[in-house]
Ligand binder design. Structure first.
Ligand SMILES: Cc1cc2nc3c(=O)[nH]c(=O)nc-3n(C[C@H](O)[C@H](O)[C@H](O)COP(=O)(O)OP(=O)(O)OC[C@H]3O[C@@H](n4cnc5c(N)ncnc54)[C@H](O)[C@@H]3O)c2cc1C
Length: 536
């Protein structure tokens, strides 16, 4: 048995591990992905994918493959215990280039992601391979694996545990799960052959039986019914009872083919540490989010994008290993804020009594008469922004708009030949700089960053003709929607440096761009990570 060494080993081919492997593959990092099952898990769990995750999949190069299995842009309609609609979430903006909420099916996404790995000869996928033990000696991690041909050993520089909610790696590390203990059981019923074209989720906030109806791609349908404490799984799994509950909601659904029915227990918990030595936790191994906000997997995909470029930069010795300390600082508070949001939505969806339901639903209806409050709900503005309190970025003073340490918008831009593309398509896989055209001092300051920032582009306003990009810039684009100019203006800047995950690393102002660039340069050279403010 000879040990084979990889810069990165990922345990678990769920959506987190598969996305991470695709991103590492696209960055050219030799990676081993271990999965104990013969294929991806195939449990139809997640059904709702957000705009940030679609941007991640776009950057992983699998968007075209995933698109046929998506229903882009759907909302939620809330119904009272009397069956009356009293609130709606129907966001229409595409701040990050994709609809805020789209319907999908987890097994189909996992299949696409697994197939996507065939693009990379340097990503080794081993199915039927269970990690039994790991040993971190401080310089590398040794792994004992039970593979299809028997025991095997491997080693790696960094081990990423994407091994799910019952993570064996987390347990072996002795990392506790903390947070609100919340364990509620729901019956999940997946159906096929839906004819009803209504695309939106219906949520029935009825204390008699809280329920959710979620249409999906390829005429699928999901029902989720809350179980009460006194109910046993055998009772609620009874088919005639399920059909009766569906008939009470949408009569035509009663006759659909049941593909699967299962009882799940939902948790709201967070791992105390996300990095121990050379081992990192990601996805459900690090956080468990009740699915009321449809965010568990989305949080895992955020982990994957955050980690992928950092692992790539550290293993290729382009950035200092301390960079990896920023992973937990950046991701943990945000993942926790989504757990809190899911718990709030859950409480709202599961009123304990008719009186409670009436009070809550009346309050929301009245709030809906006030346009800013209605907008807040309708456009999903209550969702925590993808923004870090601390981490790997150069903090700046901007009070409005997109701060340093926040995900940059993804508008459509026009290329010189008039073709419209999403911004990320022009940025390459590494750090990038986007500057307003015609600022000579900025151009000179940007040159200082060339060692770390391979992609520098300039942009022109919509009405301008694209002149040649100017020395130092690889290309130029037209800011077709005016979003880049507006974002920079709000930040008091004329250029922005984006990290590979499209979060703002820092801004360059018009006054002293060389000083601003020097601060960014010092950070990239191994400078200090901005400490977290607040968080869990
Ligand atoms: C009913 C339900 C509905 C949901 N709806 C949504 C939703 O709409 N939107 C959303 O964002 N999220 C949703 N979620 C949550 C989402 O499904 C999970 O957050 C997501 O699956 C977590 O992905 P993961 O890759 O981190 O872990 P997992 O999907 O659990 O994958 C872990 C993988 O690791 C493998 N593994 C474990 N141990 C080992 C080992 N020792 N060696 C090798 N392999 C190992 C497992 O076999 C598995 O394949 C829902 C969850 C449920 C239960």
């Amino acid at each position: 048995m000879t040990a084979t060494h990889y810069p990165v080993v990922i345990v678990g081919a769920g959506p987190t591990g598969l996305t991470l492997a695709n991103l590492l593959g696209s960055y050219g990092i030799p990676t081993l992905l271990l999965e104990r099952h013969a294929s991806t898990v195939g449990e139809p769990r997640a059904v709702s994918i957000d705009d940030e995750s679609l941007r991640t999949l776009q950057n992983a190069g699998v968007m075209a493959a995933v698109l046929p299995d998506l229903v882009l842009g759907y909302g939620v309609h809330y119904f009272s215990w009397t069956g009356r609609e009293f609130a709606r979430i129907e966001p229409t903006s595409r701040e990050y280039g994709h609809p805020k909420r789209s319907a999908f099916r987890q097994p189909l996404l996992e299949k696409c992601l697994l197939e996507g790995l065939a693009r990379f000869a340097h990503v080794d996928v081993r199915l039927c391979s269970e990690l039994l033990r790991h040993h971190d000696d401080g310089t590398r991690v040794g792994l004992d694996v039970n593979g299809p041909a028997g025991p095997a050993t491997f080693s790696c520089d960094w081990l990423v545990a994407c091994d799910g909610g019952r993570s064996g790696v987390r347990e072996a590390l002795g990392v506790a799960m903390r947070g609100t203990t919340f364990a509620e059981r729901w019956l999940i019923v997946d159906l096929a052959g839906r004819d009803d074209p209504f695309p939106h989720t219906r949520t029935y906030c009825d204390p008699a039986r809280p329920a959710i109806r979620l249409p999906g791609p390829h005429r699928t349908l999901r029902y989720e019914f809350m179980m009460f404490d006194h109910e046993e799984p055998e009772q609620v799994l009874d088919e005639s009872r399920i059909r009766e509950w569906m008939r009470a909601r949408v009569p035509d659904d009663e006759h659909l083919r049941i593909v699967r029915k299962v009882v799940y227990t939902f948790h709201a918990r967070m791992a105390e540490r996300w990095k121990v030595g050379r081992v990192l936790l990601a996805g459900d191994a690090a956080h468990l989010t009740p699915p009321f906000a449809g965010q568990g997997m989305n949080s895992g995909l955020r982990d994957a994008f955050n980690l992928a470029w950092k692992l790539a930069a550290v293993t290729a010795a382009r950035l200092a290993p301390e960079l990896l300390e920023s992973y937990e600082i950046e991701r943990k508070p945000h993942a926790w804020s989504l757990i809190v949001m899911a718990l709030r939505i859950g409480r709202f969806m599961q009123p304990k009594s008719k009186a409670g339901a009436m009070a809550m639903q009346a309050a929301l209806r009245i709030a809906g008469w006030y346009p800013p409050a209605r907008d807040y709900v309708l456009h999903l503005k209550f969702k925590p922004k993808p923004r870090f309190g601390g981490g790997f970025f150069v903090p700046s003073n901007e009070r409005e708009g997109v701060r340093a340490g926040q995900l940059f918008p993804q508008p459509a831009v026009a290329l010189v030949d008039g073709t419209r593309v999403l911004l990320d398509e022009c940025l390459g896989a590494g750090f990038s700089l986007i500057a307003s055209a015609g600022h000579e001092k900025v151009q000179q300051a940007a040159a200082m960053l060339a060692e770390f920032v391979p992609c520098m582009i300039c942009f022109y306003p919509p009405e301008a003709a694209c002149s040649p990009p100017g020395a130092g810039y690889a290309s130029q684009v037209i800011d077709a929607e005016g979003v880049i100019a507006r974002t920079l203006r709000d930040a008091g800047a004329v250029a922005v440096i984006l990290r590979p995950d499209r979060y703002v690393l820092g801004y360059l102002g018009a006054q002293n761009p060389a000083d601003d660039a020097a601060r960014v340069f010092r950070l990239l050279r191994g400078g200090q990570i901005c400490p977290a403010i607040g968080g869990m």
